[in-house]
Design a protein around this ligand. Structure first.
Ligand code: G16
Ligand code: MG
Length: 214
């Protein structure tokens, strides 16, 4: 029976969270608003406009839709500059091994990232060709924790949720996988990812502890 592994990008395949942090912090500070690592942690897996609104809510100024779009664009330009230097060396340990194993065992491989920059990051990591399908975050209105983006990948593969395994580092992402009725592998802190079916501290061990037993 055909199976699929559906990966999140930021925090699972590569660590772009730090670049999101730098770009959001720069924007927040330019508006006189605070932004620290704890704020960044809360924005994991959260979409761009929702993240902006979280930051703007720290102040009292009301912004029009046009102003908000301009601020989001400014952050994104900064982010794109920061990720311009990404290379295959930035792939997290355990990921290449997992992709090779999945390919050798004829699984479908998908990407369910909330980031509209995901195709560019995959290209910089030189692993675009490893993916059979990459969800278009811009075409999926309801972000994580809604199941939509994971269901979109399963639909593209023509597979039921029971044959799909999702890999996520964010609590909102694990919630999305479970809402989609799929097996959830969490990467990170077991307390934060308590909803996952299994949690590993890093992608190392995915093959032996998660993929082979599924
Ligand atoms: C990622 C990040 C989020 C980011 C979101 C949107 O999600 O974790 O912090 O806000 O994408 O990114 P962009 O502004 O590039 O469209 P994921 O799902 O890959 O973890
Ligand atoms: Mg993530």
């Amino acid at each position: 029976v055909q199976k699929a592994c559906i990966f999140d990008l930021d925090g699972v395949i590569t660590d772009t969270a730090h670049y999101h942090f730098l770009a959001w912090q720069r924007l927040a500070h330019s508006l006189g608003l605070p932004f620290d690592e704890d704020d960044n942690h809360r924005l994991k897996g959260v979409g761009r406009m929702e993240s902006l609104d979280y930051i703007l809510a720290k102040g009292t100024t009301a912004y029009s839709m046009d102003e908000r779009l301009a601020l989001a664009q400014q952050k994104n330009e900064d982010y794109k500059t920061l990720i311009g230097g990404i290379t295959p060396a930035d792939i997290l340990p355990g990921i290449v091994e997992a992709l090779d194993w999945l390919k050798a065992n004829n699984w479908r491989i998908g990407l369910a990232s909330a980031s509209r920059n995901a195709p560019q990051v995959l290209a910089s990591l030189e692993i675009t060709g490893a993916f059979d399908y990459v969800a278009d975050a811009g075409a999926i209105p309801k972000g994580k924790p809604a199941p939509d983006i994971f269901l979109d990948v399963a639909r593209a593969f023509g597979l039921p949720s029971s044959q799909c395994l999702g890999v996520e580092d964010a609590a909102s992402g694990v919630a999305a996988i479970k809402a989609a009725d799929m097996f959830a592998a969490g990467i990170g802190d077991a307390d934060i990812l308590a909803q996952a079916d299994i949690v590993l501290p890093s992608p190392e061990g995915l093959v032996e502890k998660v993929l082979k037993p599924f």
